[in-house]
Ligand binder design. Structure first.
Ligand code: S3P
Length: 427
């Protein structure tokens, strides 16, 4: 249990750990490529470490150094049949992207994860991969772990994904890279496109078009030599949220990934009236990066829906914290995907922030938050969900009295050192 005490304000410059989505992909693509890749800024969080250990079990040598991760890729078919089960812990990105990769490989493998993973839907990936020719089985007809995969020769498909999910899109694109023919994926809204961008830096031809993306099969990946992972905007969001709710705050989060498919939180803060400035805008490895400065100003409620949702889906819990301190009502719609994240994040946000006095109502596909309300410290539970744990902690900075976060270790999934970073800017 972690104790959080109220602070006056947050001030100063900070860096946040590497982007989780980009870190996963950097290890995956480097493992599948010909040549050695040095990855700088890799996130050493539990989820990305699960990706490293899975690829080690598939026969890839991966070294973790102080300042970098080195992956000795052996080419796509250099992966070998694992003699043990691949345990991917809490990581939805690892399991779903690996399903796409394993579907192409002519051997048998078994994937499991923790209790949260065991509840998360996998048919969204199983179904299209079966259509491509992979043999996949699992509980409830392939919906839940444990999953067993026997991959091999795949055929290209045209697939209309019912959900805007980068994990689904990436699994199909990766499988499509070794299929016969051209694979096309259509999605209802644009989901994060880190896979497409990174594949290009490995020399792969990927065509993005409005509404979808297309790859030709039988392409090889060539290591770019180095990958530099920017800070995770989903982690930066917690620091920005602290500054947005504590009067007198002034922070700059440096070196943050600003991929437009991820910057919905910036748009929302600006729509709520935040004093936010971007500095040092630059491009690293095909990904936009900037420093984000935020000075406290009183905020007002807003409406969040439609194609904004996939651009901020992981930030909804902390947006609820911000909205609880903003003037008026914030309405979040079209976000039913929240129900199948690490926890049902509509339920966990409503219950945990509700315990602290926040006025949040669950709706069919999102939530309504009324503000501003005074928050009171109490005992809350992360339910093993890193972003719920961090959202409670940020609310705790503003709450009266002590806040206790149960199962705060889950925060290590995406933001190791979270409490130390918070402490370094607290006044
Ligand atoms: C991720 C995609 C998103 C996101 C998750 C990371 C990725 O999930 O919520 O934290 O790295 O591809 P979905 O693909 O399920 O939307």
């Amino acid at each position: 249990m972690k104790q959080v005490l109220p602070v006056q304000a947050v001030q100063g410059n900070v860096k946040v750990p590497g982007d989780k989505s980009i870190s996963h992909r950097s290890v995956m693509l480097s493992s599948l490529a010909d040549g050695t890749t040095n990855i700088y800024g890799f996130l050493p969080g539990a989820d990305c470490l699960s990706t490293i250990s899975a690829f080690r079990r598939l026969g890839i040598t991966i070294e973790q150094h102080e300042d970098r991760v080195t992956v000795y890729g052996k080419g796509w078919y250099g992966l070998r049949e694992p003699s043990e089960i691949l345990d991917i812990g809490n990581s939805g990105t690892t399991i779903r992207l690996m399903m796409g990769i394993l579907a192409t490989l002519p051997f048998h493998s078994v994937l499991i994860g923790d209790e949260s993973i065991a509840r998360r839907p996998m048919k969204r990936v199983t179904t299209p991969l079966r259509e491509m020719g992979a043999e996949i089985d699992g509980r409830a007809g392939g919906e839940f772990t444990p999953l067993s995969i026997r991959g091999g020769k795949l055929r290209a498909i045209e697939y209309h994904s019912p959900v805007a999910s980068a994990q689904v899109k990436s699994a199909i694109l990766l499988a499509g890279l070794q299929a016969d023919g051209v694979t096309t994926l259509y999605e209802p809204e644009l989901s994060r496109d880190h896979t497409e961008r990174m594949l290009r830096s490995f020399g792969v031809d990927v065509e993005s078009f409005p509404g979808g993306v297309r790859v030709r099969g039988r392409q090889t990946l060539t290591s770019p030599g180095e990958i530099h992972v920017p800070g995770d905007i989903s982690s930066a969001a917690f620091i920005l949220a602290a500054a947005a709710i504590l009067p007198g705050s002034h922070v700059t989060v440096e070196n943050v990934g600003m991929n437009p498919s991820r910057t919905g939180i910036i748009d929302v803060l600006q729509a709520m009236g935040a004093d936010l400035t971007l500095h040092n805008e630059r491009d690293i490895n095909g990904e936009p990066v900037a420093d984000i400065e935020l000075k406290y100003t009183p905020l007002h409620g807003t409406e969040i829906a439609g194609n904004l949702i996939p651009r901020l889906i992981d930030e909804v819990p902390v947006i609820a914290v911000i909205a609880s301190q903003a003037e008026g009502t914030t309405v979040i719609r079209d976000a039913a995907e929240l129900k199948v994240k690490e926890t049902n994040r509509i339920d966990t946000v409503v219950s945990e922030l509700g315990k602290m006095g926040a006025r949040i109502e669950a709706t069919e596909d999102g939530m309504t938050v009324h503000g501003p309300v005074p928050l009171m410290g109490t005992v809350c539970d992360s339910h093993g969900d890193h972003r719920i744990g961090m959202s409670i902690a940020i609310a705790g900075l503003k709450a009266a009295g002590e806040t206790h976060v149960r199962d705060a270790e889950s925060i290590d999934v995406s933001f190791p050192g979270f409490f130390a970073v918070l402490k370094s800017i607290s006044c």
